[in-house]
Design a protein around this ligand. Structure first.
Ligand SMILES: Cc1cc2nc3c(=O)[nH]c(=O)nc-3n(C[C@H](O)[C@H](O)[C@H](O)COP(=O)(O)OP(=O)(O)OC[C@H]3O[C@@H](n4cnc5c(N)ncnc54)[C@H](O)[C@@H]3O)c2cc1C
Length: 431
């Protein structure tokens, strides 16, 4: 069987590796000059910048399985126990750190000691967490509505619940679907005690995903065409033609593994079969800020912020630097920041970091840049579950993959990897 995979992000890479492992002849086409899709790096002056800080959890077996296959495990680190320092201006940091107890008790101590909320708010948050652990996945309302109904004040939502909702759902609780919100809390925090231990990429993403994937695909015998924009897929008597700018490739089967806002344009009308998703799944942006200080100003690997515009802060200093420090600020659901100029972002966030980190007040910012991804993920609002298609389309041999397809997960590396496996499985079962 000849398979063409369109799109060289995590979903396409996983689908291609699965298909070739099952004996198919696989060609992967990717419009950009590199693999890795939405998780990539660009070169700064004398260091690498990731387009976005990517975090994963222990409960991401499909993504972690890919890292193992790519030989990249040594370039990531997984916390032995969930531990998130939470900084606020002018107050001592708090820590959301799990214990070794069984769930839900593993988080009880962290919650009771969480000094950014009043004792009453902490107890109320504990009760709401227990209820959320049993909550059916309801996609008709927002997580924020549900939290308010369960006694969570706007303060508790901003200082606790959004610390998890924003980076995982790429929306604040007020806008995010309860189904996806409840899924994240159940999967990551309220089920297995170790599930929420945080995984961090220690090297540039390109060196962890894209480049090793290119090597692994080549070793497995997959032909990869970079800078190859697929323009449409046509179906002719049970076979397919993937049409590019200057050539086409014939195939027995095709995996479309492009972002949600690109997929519909590639597919033959018969494959869409009245599907609701083209155009209906909207996008949510992520903005990352990259600051190089002339000295060390931040002592943690990463930290969250409350009462500050800084959502998450990461130390991404290259190991060879002895004095300077490179900090990345990650801003999810960043509609407002998308419209701000680099100068305005600099003015706002350099001041905000100085409020959080006393050491930054005297330090000089040697460089500042912003990376903006306007369609970082689909917009995980209520009603999206019905808009996420399964891997199989109405045309046999033509399947979909991508973090946005119906994996049950929010748009994450894990969702992308799961979707790649699902697409390959459907295809291999059909042929
Ligand atoms: C800034 C940012 C931060 C993020 N943070 C996290 C995080 O902390 N944790 C987490 O788990 N996830 C995070 N994500 C989400 C995660 O990166 C994505 O969910 C995942 O990488 C999507 O993989 P994919 O393969 O489904 O799609 P993509 O990575 O989008 O891959 C699709 C590929 O298709 C290619 N393509 C498009 N059109 C064509 C065409 N016509 N022909 C050929 N190729 C085409 C694209 O160039 C792309 O390479 C983040 C995303 C961003 C942008």
């Amino acid at each position: 069987m000849n398979v063409v995979v369109v799109g060289g992000g995590v979903a396409g890479i996983v689908a291609a590796l699965d298909c070739v492992a099952a004996g198919a002849t696989v060609t992967l086409v990717e419009v950009r000059p590199r693999l890795g899709g939405a998780a990539y790096s660009v070169r700064g002056d004398d260091f690498w910048i990731d387009n976005g800080q990517h975090v994963f959890l222990r409960c991401c077996p499909a993504y972690r399985g890919l890292l193992a296959k790519l030989g990249s495990e040594s370039l990531v680190e997984l916390q032995p126990r969930l531990d998130i320092p939470v900084l606020a201006p002018g107050r001592p940091p708090a820590r959301l750190r799990r214990s070794g107890a069984r769930p839900p008790l593993h988080l009880a101590g962290a919650l009771l000691r969480y000094s950014h909320l009043s004792l009453r708010e902490r107890i109320s948050a504990g009760r709401a967490a227990l209820a959320l652990g049993r909550q059916p996945l309801d996609d008709s309302r927002t997580l924020g509505d549900w939290l308010a109904e369960h006694g969570q004040s706007p303060r508790a939502i901003a200082a606790l619940w959004d610390l998890i909702a924003l980076p995982t759902l790429n929306l604040p609780a007020a806008e995010a679907s309860l189904a996806l919100g409840a899924f994240v809390f159940q999967q990551g925090l309220l089920g297995d005690a170790a599930a929420g231990d945080v995984g961090l990429h220690r090297a540039p993403l390109q060196q962890i995903i894209g480049d090793p994937a290119a090597r692994a695909l080549a070793r497995a015998g997959v032909t990869v065409h970079l800078r190859w924009p697929a323009q449409r897929v046509t179906s002719i008597g049970g076979r397919f033609a993937v049409v590019g700018a200057n050539s086409w490739i014939g195939a027995d089967a095709v995996v479309i593994a492009v972002p949600h806002d690109r997929a519909a344009a590639l597919l033959p009308a018969t494959a869409l079969h009245g599907a609701a998703w083209p155009g209906a799944l909207e996008s949510s942006p992520i903005v990352n800020l990259h600051l190089v200080y002339d000295r060390r100003v931040f002592e943690h690997r990463f930290a969250a912020g409350v009462d500050t515009p800084v959502q998450y802060l990461f130390d991404r200093t290259p190991p060879e630097w002895t004095e300077r420090q490179y900090l990345a600020v990650s801003l999810s659901g960043a509609r407002a920041q998308m419209g701000m100029s680099t100068a305005a972002l600099r003015e706002r966030y350099v001041a905000a970091i100085a409020e959080l980190l006393p050491g930054a007040r005297e330090a000089r910012v040697e460089s500042f840049s912003a990376t903006k991804e306007h369609a970082a993920t689909f917009r995980a609002v209520p009603g999206t579950a019905a808009l996420r298609p399964a891997a199989a389309t109405a045309v046999e041999g033509l399947v979909l993959a991508g973090a946005w397809t119906a994996t049950g997960w929010p748009a994450t590396l894990e969702s992308a990897a799961l979707s790649g496996h699902a697409a390959a499985e459907v295809l291999l079962a059909q042929r």
